[in-house]
Design a protein around this ligand. Structure first.
Ligand code: PLP
Length: 462
């Protein structure tokens, strides 16, 4: 490449970053000027809640936008501003807000009692429907994705008598110590490509917990085979998101999941899909159905019960029966009757085959619309389209693993975020997330997103 070309590319990039910074600052100033009520609530909330929020994933600089209510595809913030919601409660709200059938199911279930800590027929029926969709032989309920992955890993350790958990670099599986490694490791802590380090995410974790974790790159079955050949006898399980959804979206390359399946079988490693984001969003039977590879255990949460706190994990009967032979799996609210009844209605009456056709059509309309804007204005970005989930990632070409995510341009996301918010599009606050569509989103909602995003690309291009 000639020096002139390199320097003109650099100048183009500098111009783009300069524009992004200007847009980001101007839009953030507008955002702060019109969200005074959120600012006030933040002052109150921060006295009792660290960062002023209920979960650290909700924090935002300088303060979060607090929400008062939602209906259909829309939500309203503390200042009364209406937004189209593409955040979708971090992927839980594929039913949309206050869906009439969900509201009715909640009212009916609540009127019969909200909690017994005794299993109900609804819990059994809800479980049967999940087993049917994901080809699980047995399952157990939990209350969050974190609990589901924690319990699945315990079952895997008991089954194999091994301690080490193998996980993918750049994946998040909840906030328990076994998996809080190398979620978004920075360049200083992530180690080399050949041997990614196990970088702890949080203070307060057991000091030598990293002894029990092995981090591998996504979409690299050769690497996994080397690790299994070297350490397979110590590895209890491999836990992975079949499509990574905490870096934008990274899809599995053809043949990758099949080879991983085969390697896990060969080395006696329990293969766990974390379908907490993909399950119920990218196909009725999640990634397991969409990519046609059956793991040994599957973890589910988020979209499972219309926005109520539910989770489950399950799979092979021989593994799940270990719960009858000394593996502890419990929880006061597991299979809670309100959650189970609503979850059953959601899965059987709302998230029907038609719902998935709707997601596919709308998702493609949104992704194609955004991609057209990216192409028209030559923005270094790409879109991913996967059912109810999809994203714009600020890297010119699709990603194959975590290291590619480090080549995205966070400055462009930082400018896009307040731009979208100020024009009525509510999105997740970080570039590692993606949009979530609901059964209540319409063509017009998606077209509005595309129009606002197209204006943004035009502004960036100057
Ligand atoms: C892939 C994945 N696994 C597990 C979790 C943890 O789920 P929860 O927040 O319900 O504990 C998340 C949460 O975002 C997730 O994205």
């Amino acid at each position: 490449m000639s020096t002139t070309l390199v320097s003109s590319e650099r100048a183009g990039r500098d111009r783009l970053l300069g524009r992004a910074q200007e847009i980001g600052q101007a839009e953030m100033a507008k955002l702060l000027a019109r969200t005074g009520q959120s600012a006030q609530l933040f002052q109150r909330a921060r006295r009792i809640l660290p960062y002023g929020v209920a979960s650290s994933f909700q924090k935002m600089q300088p303060y979060p936008i607090y929400v008062t209510r939602g209906k259909g595809s829309r939500i309203w913030d503390q200042d009364g501003t209406e937004y189209l919601d593409f955040h979708g409660g971090f992927g839980a709200m594929v039913v949309g807000h206050a869906h009439p059938r969900v509201v009715e199911a909640i009212q009916q279930a609540a009127s019969r009692g909200t909690h017994f800590a005794v299993t109900t027929e609804a819990a059994v029926a809800f479980g049967e429907e999940i087993c049917r969709r994901f080809h699980l032989e047995m399952l157990r309920f939990a209350n969050s994705g974190t609990e589901a992955t924690m319990d699945a890993i315990r079952v895997a350790r008991a089954a194999t008598g091994r301690d080490v958990v193998c996980k993918i670099e750049g994946s998040y599986h909840g906030h328990h110590d076994s998996v809080m490694f190398s979620v978004i490791p920075n360049a200083d802590t992530m180690g080399g490509r050949e041997r990614p380090a196990s970088a702890p995410v949080s203070k307060g974790m057991v000091k030598d917990a990293s002894k029990y974790i092995e981090v591998v790159p996504f979409n690299d079955a050769d690497h996994l085979e080397r690790v299994f050949a070297e350490k397979g006898g110590e590895i209890a399980c491999l836990i992975m998101e079949p499509a990574m959804m905490n870096l934008g979206i990274v899809v599995p390359q053809p043949g990758y999941l099949e080879r991983v399946r085969e390697l896990c079988t060969r080395y006696g490693v329990v293969f766990i899909f974390d379908e907490i984001k993909t399950g119920f969003t990218i196909a009725p039977g999640g990634a397991t159905e969409r990519f046609g590879v059956q793991p040994d255990l599957i973890c589910l949460a988020k979209a499972i019960a219309g926005g109520l706190p539910a989770a489950a994990f399950g799979g092979r009967e021989d593994l799940m029966r270990l719960i009858e032979q000394g593996v502890s799996q419990q929880g006061t609210y597991n299979g809670n009757p309100l959650v189970a009844q609503v979850g059953l209605v959601v899965l059987t009456e709302v998230l029907t085959a038609d719902a998935y056709r709707h997601f596919a059509r709308l998702g493609t309309r949104l992704a194609q619309g955004c991609q057209a804007a990216i192409d028209r204005y030559h923005i270094p970005a790409h879109t991913v389209d996967l059912g109810a989930k999809g994203c714009v990632s600020y890297r010119a070409t699709p990603m194959t693993n975590y290291r590619d995510f480090l080549e995205t341009t966070p400055e462009l996301f930082a400018a896009s975020y307040p731009w979208l918010l100020n024009r009525g599009i509510f999105m997740t606050p970080g570039d590692e997330e993606q949009w979530t569509l609901s059964v209540q989103h319409t063509d017009a909602d998606v077209d509005r997103y595309v129009a606002v995003f197209t204006e943004f690309c035009g502004a960036l291009a100057g």
